[in-house]
Design a protein around this ligand. Structure first.
Ligand SMILES: [Zn+2]
Ligand SMILES: [Zn+2]
Length: 247
């Protein structure tokens, strides 16, 4: 749970930074000279900030100025990846680290419903849970096995994201097929990430994790029957800076 809590913290902080983006037009004085009240972009997060603040913090807004060098660099990298479009595709390193579905299957440890999430829920079996989910515009399916692994499924009206969290590893895996999204997901169809035990929102999955909803439900059905397909599993890496409709 610790990694998820960290991610939630980062996500709210980043939203806070992005939220402080008034996009004020430059407020020139009548004679056109630049004053300390003019606004420029923060070097790190892109928020519009007072020139005076930027000068004081060497180009950074007040929030970024308090972040560690590593965090500032991570925000910058995230912005660059959006600008270049790299964030919407699996990198070569991602593909090199990918595992085939046969390596992910645990036929001797069948999936069961996440006990806390489904406590008091109408579904009492995985089949029922999936059937009920398919009738909803958006929601989650959370499964566990006796190896301590989590299979997390988050769906919206047209997309779904399927991730696997293995015990003792920092990063999980996401299921990738050739029809994964390769562009920015619209905010209203963006699949959120939630804590498997309570369903509380943690953050947002990157656009490239998004599968067409139908493909994803078929994948889920196959996984619970331990039938592998052509999907590959890619380490999720750090995606704390993804916000709704961006990243
Ligand atoms: Zn900033
Ligand atoms: Zn929880």
């Amino acid at each position: 749970m610790k990694e998820w809590q960290t991610r939630r913290w980062f996500n709210s902080l980043f939203s806070l930074i992005r939220g402080k983006n008034p996009f004020n037009s430059l407020s020139h004085t009548p004679n056109g000279s630049i004053t300390g009240y003019d606004r420029i972009q923060c070097d790190e997060c892109g928020s519009m900030i007072l020139l005076a603040t930027a000068i004081k913090n060497e180009g950074a807004c007040a929030i970024c100025a308090k972040l560690s060098v590593e965090s500032r660099q991570a925000i910058k990298t995230h912005r660059n990846q959006i600008a270049t479009g790299d964030i919407y595709h699996a990198s070569n390193n991602d593909l090199l680290a990918a595992k085939g579905s046969d390596k992910i299957m645990t036929p001797d440890s069948p999936w069961t419903l996440e006990p806390n999430f489904y406590d008091g829920h109408a579904a009492t079996s995985i089949d029922e849970a999936i059937k009920l989910a398919m009738r909803e515009p958006n929601g989650y399916v959370f499964l566990v096995n006796d190896l301590g692994e989590n299979l997390n499924f988050s769906f919206t009206e047209i997309y779904a994201v399927c991730t696997l969290q293995t015990l003792g590893s920092d990063s999980g895996f996401y299921a990738r097929t050739p029809d994964c999204l390769g562009t920015q997901v619209e905010a209203r169809y963006h699949a959120p990430e939630a804590c498997p035990c309570c369903g509380e929102g943690i953050g947002w999955f990157p656009s490239r994790f998004h599968l067409p909803r139908k493909t994803a439900f078929e994948l889920l059905q196959r996984l619970i029957n331990s039938k592998s397909g052509s999907e590959i599993w890619i380490p999720t890496g750090d995606y704390a800076f993804t916000t709704a409709g961006e990243g």
